[in-house]
Design a protein around this ligand. Structure first.
Ligand SMILES: Cc1cc2nc3c(=O)[nH]c(=O)nc-3n(C[C@H](O)[C@H](O)[C@H](O)COP(=O)(O)OP(=O)(O)OC[C@H]3O[C@@H](n4cnc5c(N)ncnc54)[C@H](O)[C@@H]3O)c2cc1C
Length: 443
């Protein structure tokens, strides 16, 4: 007899993101089917892994680089996110003009990299930079945002404050427009990177899940059909890293549910007052985010507790009924901002995994007894620019040329431990239900 319980849980690949629908069908490489030696093995084919492989292969044409991806490139958050490529680092508040300029400039490197890679390798329209909004739903917070914009501008940072009258978005009391932020179809970019990496000599194996990593002077990575022995390994598996036995105490894999409408007509875009910008986030603790896709669909995610799920032990598969509830909730949240879309047909629904850290700050570094286990992870929902940038940071660490990153909060950052199970699950459920907020270390 069929197990009904198993039917209720779907692996995350089952549902298709709007980015997949708007990309060419992937042409994955064959799985690893032998024993392989490499100088460096990268586990994970999202922005972190692909960017690291690209930077290293550009710098060192003779380096033997193996890239292992459990499914296809872009299967993870990089291919199923909100699409916004943003400045700033989640969890970090810059207190001085110098700190503001520094964090803005560093995160701009990540946005520039998205533009550069998409411009060189991906189909037209994959990346666009027309700016993103941060919408304020409270007049006091909007006033504070206005003051922040003035401080940024006097530090030489491009930003504009838009008052409520300039926005047709329901509930908006004002917004910050970041004109240098943009939108990326990450799935399309990563599909375009496959032949680029291969031409540069990177050995790309898709459909190749790492089952076990045995650290040592020579790291051994076991997969179901072969193994890789390498002098160094890069954990580019973000929310899936605890499943490999690393960062179990420090990373909380959190499901984030997303939907997208069918393509909207130009009149519909005008009727909801969507300007030329690429996307928006709001100022709530459980942020809502939206993006206009190249195919003219409106992507919407977040907006409250039901849009996020934590499963006991960080399990990745998702209960179908939870996905249904999240969808209904997000449709209402979407209509709250854009009432004209209350009946817009929803054509896509999917779920992705975020890697949340306790203070929301990500970490990029190298460790292990032989100093050959590299990692970059924990971007807490703000990782498009940062994960692309991580490839450059990790390549610099590999080259021993990393002084330029030393002052940044993510550099060799020790992540704070989260409570163990079952306290973690119980604490998460109790806190989110009682407060409607997400648990986090403040400050
Ligand atoms: C719904 C959602 C919306 C988001 N919206 C935004 C946004 O608008 N802007 C923003 O800046 N950030 C956003 N983010 C965050 C951002 O997408 C991520 O921080 C970023 O993509 C992380 O990239 P990554 O390469 O580190 O991880 P991933 O993209 O998750 O890649 C990890 C890869 O590793 C593979 N893998 C896992 N385990 C193994 C294994 N054992 N063996 C081999 N391969 C393995 C996975 O299949 C996956 O392809 C969002 C995330 C989600 C989930």
């Amino acid at each position: 007899m069929k197990d009904q319980r198993l039917d209720r849980y779907q692996a995350l690949g089952v549902t298709e993101s709007v980015w997949v629908a708007e990309s060419e069908a992937p042409r994955p490489t064959p799985r690893l089917a032998s024993r392989l030696s490499a100088d460096i093995a990268i586990i994970g084919g999202g922005f972190t892994g692909v960017s690291t492989a690209w930077h290293l292969s550009q710098r060192h044409p003779d380096l033997r680089i193996a890239l292992l991806e459990a499914h296809v490139l872009g299967h993870g958050a990089s291919g199923r996110n909100g699409g916004q490529v943003l400045h700033w680092i989640n969890g970090v508040t810059a207190e001085t003009p110098e700190a503001l300029r520094r964090i803005h400039a560093v995160t701009q490197l990540g946005i520039d990299l998205a533009e550069q890679l998409a411009g060189r390798y991906a189909p037209p329209g994959t990346f666009r930079r027309q700016g993103c909004l941060e919408v304020y739903t409270d007049s006091q917070r909007a006033e504070q945002a206005h003051a922040n914009v003035e401080a940024w501008r006097s530090a030489g940072i491009a930003a504009e404050f838009l008052p409520a009258r300039a926005l047709a978005i329901e509930r908006a009391c004002g917004a910050i427009l970041d004109p240098l932020a943009g939108r990326l179809n990450g799935f399309a970019l990563l599909q375009s990177m496959r032949p680029v990496l291969q031409a540069a000599g990177v050995m790309v194996y898709e459909d190749t899940p790492a089952r076990r990593v045995r650290p040592g002077a020579e790291v051994v990575i076991e997969t179901p059909s072969g193994e890789v022995c390498a002098r160094a390994v890069v954990l580019a598996t973000n929310a899936d890293t605890p499943a490999l036995g690393f960062f179990r105490r420090e990373i909380l894999p959190l499901h984030s549910h997303v939907l997208a409408t069918a393509p909207l007509a130009d009149e519909q875009w005008s009727s909801i007052g969507w300007g030329s910008w690429d996307g928006f986030t709001d100022d709530m603790d459980r942020i809502a985010y939206a993006c206009r896709t190249p195919g003219g669909r409106l992507l919407f995610g977040g907006g409250g507790n039901p849009a996020y799920t934590y499963r006991f032990g960080g399990a990745a598969a998702i209960d179908v009924r939870v996905g249904d509830t999240a969808s209904r909730f997000m449709q209402r949240a979407l209509a709250g901002y854009f009432p004209a879309l209350a009946r817009a047909p929803i054509a896509h629904r999917w779920t992705g995994l975020l890697a949340i850290t306790f203070d929301r700050i990500c970490s990029m570094g190298v460790g292990g007894a032989h100093r050959n286990v590299y990692h970059a992870l924990g971007y807490s929902g703000h990782g498009v620019a940062l994960a692309l940038l991580a490839g450059r940071v990790l390549a610099d660490l590999y080259d021993g040329n990393h002084e330029a990153w030393r002052d940044l909060p993510f550099y060799q950052k020790r992540l704070l431990p989260l409570p163990p199970e079952p306290l973690r699950w119980l604490g998460y459920q109790a806190y989110t239900r009682l407060t409607g907020r997400s648990p986090r270390k403040q400050g």
